[in-house]
Design a protein around this ligand. Structure first.
Ligand SMILES: [Zn+2]
Length: 298
C-alpha cells in the first residue's frame, strides 16, 4: 500500500528476488492489459513463459474474473454469490491468489497494487477470509515532496493544490486501513531507508515475512521476474543486465546508460525540481500530515 511513485516497483522486485517469493506486480492491471491485448508481463512482454504458458488461457480467465470480483449472476449480490459458491465448492473464481500459487513453488506472492480500494476489495476474497492464505500489509511511504515532484514531472497541468488534495486524501485512507489491520501482519517502511540502508531494512522486512534474508536479493536484476506493470526505470535494470536493448528507446538514459552501472540510488530530483514556493504551498495545504513523511539525509 502506498501512493503512486513511492518506490513500490523497486521494493517488489527486491522482495520478489527471494527464492521463496514471486513478484506478481500490480494485479489490478491484469484485466485491462489482457483485454486490450497488451502483454501481461512487463518484463518479458510477448515472450513471457509464465503468463503465456505456465498459466493457461482458462486459468487467466478465472483469474481476471476473480480479481475483478465479477459475478456470474448479476441479480445475486456478490457476497451471496460468494457464499453459494463456497458452500457448493465452486468458488475457484474467488480464489485468484490460490490459482497463482498453484502454478508456483513459492510461499509468498507480492501484489504491488498500492491503492486502498484494491487492497480492501481483495481482502474480501474467500481465500483470505478463510485464512487459507494469510495477508500481510506493507505500507510503503515516501517523502511527499518527492512524490509531488514525480506527479508534476509527468503531468504538467497539475497544480500543487490539486496534488496536495490528492495526496492528503490518499494518505488518510491508507492510515485508516493500516489502523484496522492486525498488528502482527502489518509493517510500515520508508522508500528512503530501503535505498540508503538496504541491508538493514531488507533484513527487517524478511524477518517480518518469515524469510531468510540474503543480500543477493538487492541485485534484483539478476533474477527472473514476471510482474504486471511497474516503474520503467526500475524494470530497465533487468533488461540492461540481460543485454536486451529492445526497450532502450523508451528507457530513461539515467538508468540505462553504461555509466550508471547497476545500483540502487536515492532519487532526490525533487530538490532541484520544486521551487521553495511549491514546497511551502504543499506544507501549508497538507499540514500537519506532511511532517511524518519528510525525510532528510542527515
Ligand atoms: Zn514474464
Amino acid at each position: 500500500m502506498g501512493t503512486a511513485h513511492c518506490g513500490s516497483t523497486l521494493l517488489t522486485l527486491i522482495l520478489g528476488s527471494h527464492p521463496q517469493s514471486f513478484a506478481v506486480g500490480e494485479l489490478s492491471n491484469l484485466s485491462g492489459f489482457f483485454k486490450s491485448g497488451r502483454p501481461v508481463c512487463s518484463i518479458c512482454k510477448e515472450t513471457c513463459e509464465f503468463w503465456n504458458h505456465q498459466v493457461t488461457a482458462d486459468e487467466l480467465q478465472l483469474l481476471i474474473q476473480g480479481l475483478s470480483n465479477q459475478r456470474i449472476n448479476p441479480y445475486i449480490p456478490l457476497k451471496l454469490d460468494r457464499y453459494i459458491r463456497f458452500i457448493g465448492g465452486r468458488d475457484q473464481i474467488f480464489r485468484p491468489y490460490s490459482i497463482i500459487f498453484s502454478k508456483l513453488d513459492k510461499t509468498l506472492l507480492i501484489d504491488s497494487t498500492k491503492t486502498v480500494e484494491w487492497i480492501s476489495s481483495e481482502l474480501e476474497l474467500m481465500e483470505f477470509k478463510t485464512g487459507e492464505i494469510e495477508s500481510y500489509l506493507l505500507h510503503l511511504v515516501r517523502d511527499g515532496r518527492a512524490v509531488m515532484s514525480s506527479y508534476l514531472r509527468r503531468n504538467s497541468t497539475m497544480t500543487v493544490a490539486e496534488f496536495s488534495n490528492l495526496w492528503l486524501t490518499r494518505i488518510k485512507r491508507e492510515r485508516a486501513l493500516y489502523e484496522r489491520f492486525p498488528t502482527a501482519r502489518k509493517l510500515r517502511t520508508r522508500y528512503e531507508e530501503i535505498v540508503t540502508q538496504p541491508q538493514e531494512t531488507l533484513r527487517l522486512l524478511c524477518q517480518w515475512l518469515g524469510l531468510d534474508y540474503s543480500p543477493e536479493m538487492l541485485n534484483y536484476w539478476q533474477y527472473d521476474h514476471h510482474m504486471v506493470s511497474g516503474n520503467t526505470g526500475t524494470r530497465s535494470l533487468i533488461w540492461k543486465y540481460r543485454g536486451d536493448d529492445w526497450q532502450g528507446g523508451q528507457v530513461k538514459k539515467r538508468y540505462y546508460s553504461e555509466e550508471a552501472g547497476f545500483n540502487i540510488s536515492l532519487d532526490q530530483r525533487w530538490q532541484r525540481e520544486l521551487s521553495s514556493v511549491q514546497i511551502e504551498d504543499f506544507r501549508r495545504l497538507t499540514d500537519p500530515y506532511y511532517q511524518d513523511f519528510e525525510w532528510s539525509a542527515t
